[in-house]
Design a protein around this ligand. Sequence first.
Ligand SMILES: Nc1nc2c(ncn2[C@@H]2O[C@H](COP(=O)(O)OP(=O)(O)O)[C@@H](O)[C@H]2O)c(=O)[nH]1
Ligand SMILES: [Mg+2]
Length: 214
Amino acid sequence: MKVSLNKRILDRNDECAQKNKLFFEQNSVLCVNVISSPGSGKTTMLSRTILALKDKLKIGVIEGDIKTDTDAEKIRSTGAAAVQIETQGACHLSAVQVHDALTQIEAMDKDVIFIENVGNLVCPSAFDLGENKRVVLLSVPEGDDKPIKYPGTFAGADVILINKMDLILYIPFDLDRVLNDIRKVNPDAKVFKISAITGDGMQQWYDWLCDMTA
Ligand SMILES: Nc1nc2c(ncn2[C@@H]2O[C@H](COP(=O)(O)OP(=O)(O)O)[C@@H](O)[C@H]2O)c(=O)[nH]1
Ligand SMILES: [Mg+2]
């Protein structure tokens, strides 16, 4: 019974994800679903990216959180359009929620729509939002065992950003192990080492993003 209910929820989600996909295709919008644990630096990374690329790309952001619109406010302070979805307890965004947000954010006029998913390394990866690309962040203080503990999420990424590299001198974190473990679950992902605070390493990420929109 539980299995068939879950399947129905996922089937309904996938139907709407297909509509979103068509919308992005028809409007030449690159949609990027950003997934990570809470606190790994999604909002900081997105804010820095928007400021760095503001003369090149029109960017909008759909923010997902259980409560509050603080992240949408942070994004708006960069000058970009942002809409907040409060999931009221749900641990991931759904394609329907994204669909409803697209008109509010005037997504048809943007080059890139980022979706900052609810902070969680499990549930968001099961829900297709119709995005073109998936980015997973892993930050140094979370520990070097996350790619093997949450292989499904890392396996689904097009890009993996290893964030908070500025802290690697202070926190035990075996970078070689992380890179090896990522290769085992996802040999094709691009992996960029960044600090969203200092900006180190961010240029490779900007280049990738610009290539995807070219
Ligand atoms: N040292 C360091 N702190 C960072 C970095 N990126 C984000 N932070 C900090 O990590 C905390 C959580 O960042 P936030 O962007 O809100 O994470 P989110 O929950 O994934 O959106 C904040 O205190 C940020 O200032 C980084 O590259 N280095
Ligand atoms: Mg955030």
